[in-house]
Design a protein. Structure first.
Length: 146
């Protein structure tokens, strides 16, 4: 299991596109387009999704092709992970990911970053180093207590 708070994975927490699609998460973990079909990469990506869900740092915004019937469901983290795993068929590629689940970070997180001065043109890695510091500690101190 990877430590998703290791700075080399900091893009997982980028409010712009670090977790938008499955391929975004794969790339935030340091892999590229040639790795999309790797079973090891799939397993590591599902583990990262699981960790982000557990931390309440990931929300589902769209379920892809089954959007209408699933968008308003209240699912447990494990149910979300199971649905992602089911949607993510073996051999999926970039275009396939665009039709699957779409993620985002919770609004409290984006709002807190904006309060610190983050904008769409801000260099994310610089921002974390100079404005946040210990990202894991910052998240735990600032996240909703619900």
């Amino acid at each position: 299991m990877k430590n998703i708070f290791d700075f080399k994975y900091v893009n997982l927490f980028s409010p712009d596109d670090g977790v938008e699609f499955i391929h975004s998460i794969i790339e935030s973990l340091g892999y590229g387009i040639r790795d999309y079909k790797s079973p090891v990469v799939r397993e590591e990506t599902l583990e990262a999704i699981s960790q982000l869900l557990e931390l309440k740092m990931l929300e589902v915004y769209r379920w892809g092709a089954n959007q209408k019937e699933q968008n308003n469901l209240k699912l447990s983290d494990q149910d979300i992970l199971n649905k992602v795993e089911k949607q993510w068929f073996i051999g999926a590629d970039y275009v396939d990911f665009l039709g699957m689940v779409m993620f985002g970070h919770p609004s409290w997180y984006v709002n807190k970053l904006n309060e610190l001065g983050f904008t769409p043109t801000t260099d994310w890695k610089w921002f974390v180093k100079h404005k946040i510091g210990d990202l894991e500690k910052w998240i735990k101190e600032n996240r909703s207590k619900r």
